[in-house]
Write a protein that binds this ligand. Sequence first.
Ligand code: COA
Length: 258
Amino acid sequence: MSYNNILVNPNNAITTITINRPKKLNALNKETIAELHEAFFDADEDADCRVIIITGSGEKAFVAGADISEFADFDVSQGAELARKGQEILFSFVANLETPVIAAVNGFALGGGLELAMSAHFRVASDNAKMGLPEVSLGVIPGYGGTQRLPQLIGKGKAMELIMTAGMIGAEDAKSWGLVNHVVTQEELLPLCEKIAGKITRNSSTAISAAIKSINANFDKTKDGFETEINQFGNCFGTSDFEEGTTAFLEKRKPNFS
Ligand code: COA
C-alpha cells in the first residue's frame, strides 16, 4: 500500500508509522487520518506485527494538530461529524487496537497531535517535545478525545488548567505529570521505543491484547472493568500461548510464543 502522507516501515515484528507532512508540522488533514486508519488496521491484522510505533517526521513536530485550514468554515453539524468520524476511525480505533501502540513524541504534540499520542497505549518523548491542547484559543474544544483522555492521564485539575489556558508543557513536566513515561534526546527516541517494543514482542501477544482490553475497560463507563478482567483472564486459559508459557516455565526454558 502506498500513501501520500505517511510512511510505514515493518521491521522485526515492529511496525513504525511516520506521519510525513513536515512542512505542515505533520498536521492531521482528512487524507492523513484516512491513511493512518488504513495503516493501523493493516498492522493490527498483520500476524508478524507485535508492536506499532507512531511518530512524526522531521525534528520539529510529532503532530501540530488537526489541519485548521480544513475545518475553519465548518458549521455545527459538520463540526460534530468531524469529531465523531475522527474518533471512530483513528483515536478510539487506535486506543482499542489489539496490538500495543507506542507514541514516540518527537516534537510539538498539540491538539489532535496530543490526542493521537494519548490514544496510543503509552508515550515516550524527546526532550524538545512540547505538548498541549490549545483548541480554546481557536474558539473550539478538543474533539478527538482530549477532554476525556487528558484528565485520565494527568488528573482533572491539571487537565482543566492546561486546556483552559491553551498552554504547552515541556517533556520533563509531561513526565512528572504522567503524560509520558520516559524522556530522552531526539537521537535516543526511536531506539528507546524499539528497545521497549522488543521487550513486549517477547511476551504473549494474545495475553497483551487481553491486558489492553481489561485496562481500557477501566476507563469505559459502558464496561465493568473487573468483570472484563475475569473474562479476559479466563479466555487466556484457552490459548496456545498459555499452554506454551506455562509449559516453558515448568520446563525451565524461554517460551516461544507463536
Ligand atoms: N493546521 C494546519 N497547518 C498547520 C498547523 C495546523 N494545526 N500547525 C502548523 N501548520 C502549518 C503552518 O500553517 C505553517 O504552514 P505555512 O508554512 O504554509 O504557512 C507550517 O505548518 C509551519 O508552522 P509555523 O506556524 O510557521 O511554525 P512555528 O514554528 O512558527 O510555530 C506552532 C509552531 C506549532 C507553535 C504553530 O504552528 C501552531 O501554533 N500551530 C497550531 C497549533 C494548534 O493550534 N493546534 C490545534 C489545532 S486544533
